[in-house]
Design a protein around this ligand. Structure first.
Ligand code: 6PG
Length: 237
């Protein structure tokens, strides 16, 4: 997981402000270069504030496409829904056109069908490309070392062919949906945002070459940028 750049912030708020500003600049640049930009969004509390800050900015909303790197197997108006979180924080306030929004159509009774449907959506958007070449993949990490919904000791960790898959997570007794590690790796930029002292041990294990990705799935991702708060960093860092 050794990133090309490590950026340290004193507070979660300063990290969130910086990421929002840098995301805005980067996405404007992507649109000016290619006329379009694609973002795979993360759930979690760290990015939520970033989305709220982005919504206040002047961005080329008609040229940016928003996707989800993972989703819970709940309806779109459920409090657990990552789509709902992004809609309230970013999409509604910024009045993002519906054509730019690509949520996972969850299917509570047939998660495999919902995952296949999203994979088809992704392959249609990235048609002609062997992998989903996102401009930006935003990622968080849980205190168990999971990222997206790639949780320790789950089947999705071994997925190498599919871009998007359902994933049974025993500890939640529920399905999640997630990008596979190869589909995350395809992103031009992969920003890992990690905050919270409770993540320190997991981050130490993720950065430790002796540990396994099955135990700490975030190890599977090679971020282009690792943005952390001081409290999250192992003491030795
Ligand atoms: C989710 C996220 C998840 C998140 C981590 C960290 O659906 O919850 O995709 O992987 O990134 O749990 O969340 P925080 O940003 O709240 O620490």
């Amino acid at each position: 997981m050794l990133p090309t750049s490590l950026e340290r912030f004193d507070t979660k708020a300063s990290l969130q402000r910086s990421v929002a500003d840098q995301m805005a600049d980067y996405l404007r640049d992507c649109v000016s270069r290619r006329g379009v930009a694609s973002v795979s969004l993360s759930g979690g509390s760290t990015p939520k504030r970033i989305y709220e800050l982005l919504a206040e900015m002047d961005l080329p909303w008609d040229q940016i496409h928003w996707f989800w790197g993972d989703e819970r197997n709940v309806s779109a108006d459920d409090e657990q829904s990552n789509f709902r979180m992004v809609r309230l924080a970013l999409l509604d306030p910024a009045k993002v056109p519906a054509a730019q929004i690509h949520p996972v159509e969850t299917n509570l009774s047939d998660p495999a069908a919902a995952a296949r449907d999203y994979e088809n959506k992704l392959r249609s958007f990235f048609s002609g490309q062997s992998m989903p070449v996102w401009d930006l993949v935003l990622l968080g990490m849980g205190d168990d070392g999971h990222t997206a919904s790639l949780f320790p000791h789950t089947r999705a960790l071994a997925e190498r062919e599919r871009w998007f898959t359902e994933n049974w997570v025993e500890k939640f007794d529920a399905y999640r949906y997630t990008l596979s590690a190869p589909a995350i790796a395809a992103g031009r930029e992969r920003w890992f945002l990690i905050t919270g002292a409770e993540k320190r041990e997991a981050l130490q294990n993720v950065l430790n070459s002796e540990t396994s990705a099955d135990d700490y799935p975030a190890k599977m991702i090679m971020p282009t940028r690792l943005l952390v708060t001081e409290e999250t960093l192992p003491v030795s860092a």
